[in-house]
Design a protein around this ligand. Structure first.
Ligand code: SAM
Length: 255
């Protein structure tokens, strides 16, 4: 088959380190009866070992050349290829209890994580390779400079585990950044206490729109001094000092 030239615009850094690939597949631990969906199978570094353990795999891929290769290599009985942009893809069309995996394109990883967070109800778990910097933000706690909108929005819905650090040499071409492999497990519905998830998202987005400013100023248009007092939240604190639970309390107060 013709050699594929990696496309920068699709964030193509292909995994080539067999030790890392084996560690990833072992961390995922695919079982025959499970519905696995790989985002961005590329040249198949993770796809092939996953398929060796599964009867069927769903993949979502945007690159037409890579899609053509996949079609030559796999029958529809073994692989369903969803052609297109994972950012607009409706994962609910595949089914429920999905196990999402992928070495994600780093150029779209943050918006993709926000898109995937909306599928928390139909996801069993997610395993992703990401830019280490993004993982640092995902697991950051209040008071740390990395604590940001993505920390709050993902920690509200998922238990997040940092599994493996991966150096640039594990990829071809090597990315300019360090990477890390993580597991996200949806929390139980009973733990998701925001009465209106859209209001919660709005409060978090507004608070972090000017993260260095006092909350009294950033949330001025939606939360009064009396509101801060009633909630017991210090109005002079900044977005990065507020816990996930307190963001939920603010949203519920406004709902
Ligand atoms: N899984 C392969 C590996 O580990 O070697 C490839 C990983 S590469 C970092 C990212 C993959 O995602 C590529 O196959 C790329 O074409 C695909 N991709 C990029 N943007 C995408 C998008 N918006 N929707 C779906 N796939 C995308």
């Amino acid at each position: 088959m013709k050699e594929h030239v990696a496309r920068k615009r699709f964030g193509q850094n292909f995994l080539v380190d067999s030790g890392i690939i084996a560690a990833i597949v072992s961390a995922i631990g695919p079982q025959k009866d499970q519905t696995l969906v790989e985002i961005g199978p590329g040249l198949g570094a993770i796809t092939e070992p996953l398929m060796a353990r599964l009867d069927h795999l769903h993949v979502v891929e945007i690159d037409r050349d890579l899609i053509a290769r996949l079609k030559k290599q796999h029958t529809p009985e073994r692989m369903t290829i969803h052609e297109g942009d994972a950012l607009n893809f409706d994962f609910a069309t595949i089914g429920k209890d999905l196990r999402l995996v992928g070495n994600l394109p780093y150029n779209i990883s943050t918006p993709l994580l926000f898109h995937l967070a909306s599928y928390v109800g139909i996801v069993h778990d997610m395993h992703f390779m990401l830019q280490k910097e993004v993982v640092e933000r995902m697991v950051a706690v209040p008071g740390e400079t990395d604590f940001s909108r993505i920390s709050v929005m993902l920690q509200y819905r998922f238990h997040i585990e940092w599994l493996i650090d991966v150096p640039p040499e594990s990829f071809d071409p090597p990315p300019k950044v360090q990477s890390a492999f993580v597991r996200l497990i949806p929390k139980d519905v009973s733990e998701l206490n925001a009465k209106d998830p859209a209001k919660f998202a709005q409060v978090v987005q507004t608070a972090f729109s000017q993260r260095r400013k006092m909350l009294r100023n950033t949330l001025k248009s939606i939360l009064s001094d009396a509101g801060f007092a009633e909630l017991g939240i210090v109005p002079t604190c900044r977005a990065e000092d507020v816990t996930v639970e307190d963001y939920v309390r603010i949203a519920n107060y406004l709902t």
